[in-house]
Design a protein around this ligand. Structure first.
Ligand code: URA
Ligand code: SF4
Length: 207
């Protein structure tokens, strides 16, 4: 059967899941990636943040959110009064999807098939962490957590009832890399501030 289901151990210990994810062959993305990237954070975190997939630097380091988007996320968490060490950080897809252009690896969005294939890992993380709120960073995370496509602009910042299989209410916001893509400084700062407001709302929901 395609998908990660047959590769996810029965254990809900994060260390056991982390050790197993690199061996997953649930879709073809493992073939070109350096390694799988699991998560960072403790099982007692009340706030779970779901990103898209590892980027170039995450793929090399084996850690989520260590590159430029991770820097924005950390700054935004701090600005929202949230201790970055106390959240649980993961991604909807655990292997880096990219297009090779000469020596450069250009980020490629995961397809719905990859998001669905990788979902059993996220489900195992829900069971392991039991967060009080799940924050979706961007459309890929929202597709995975909600089980359907959503328009970020229509749902962002609102606490949504827990969908089937999700242990907590969901708050959808933008991806931190979208803040980085805003060219003009005032607009970029406004995008950052809006992101912080969403994170603060999520953190209030986790209390
Ligand atoms: N972007 C993501 O969505 N996740 C990461 O881990 C890094 C960048
Ligand atoms: Fe498995 Fe997910 Fe990696 Fe695909 S992306 S091989 S489903 S861990």
């Amino acid at each position: 059967r395609p998908g990660a289901e047959g590769w996810v151990p029965e254990s809900r210990e994060l260390s056991v899941l982390d050790a197993a994810v690199d061996g997953c062959r649930g879709c073809e993305l493992w073939q070109n990636a350096t390694q799988a990237v699991f998560s960072r954070g403790t099982p007692d975190a009340t706030m779970m943040l779901v990103g898209e997939q590892p980027g170039d630097q995450e793929d090399l380091a084996g850690e989520p959110f260590v590159g430029p988007a991770g820097r924005v996320l950390e700054d935004a968490l701090i600005a929202a009064g949230i201790d970055p060490e106390r959240v649980y950080l993961t991604n909807a897809v655990k292997h880096f999807r990219f297009d090779q252009r000469g020596k450069r690896r250009i980020h490629a969005k995961p397809a719905v098939g990859h998001i669905v294939a990788c979902h059993p890992w996220l489900q195992a993380e829900f069971d392991a962490v039991h967060p009080r709120v799940v924050v979706c960073l961007g459309a890929t995370a929202a597709r995975s957590v909600m089980g359907r496509a959503v328009v970020i602009g229509k749902v962002r910042g609102v606490l949504l009832d827990a969908p089937e299989g999700v242990p907590a209410p969901v708050l959808i916001t933008t991806h931190p890399s979208s803040v980085l893509r805003v060219r003009e400084k005032p607009e970029r700062e406004a995008a950052f501030d809006a992101f912080v407001i969403d994170l603060r709302a999520a953190s209030n929901a986790a209390k």
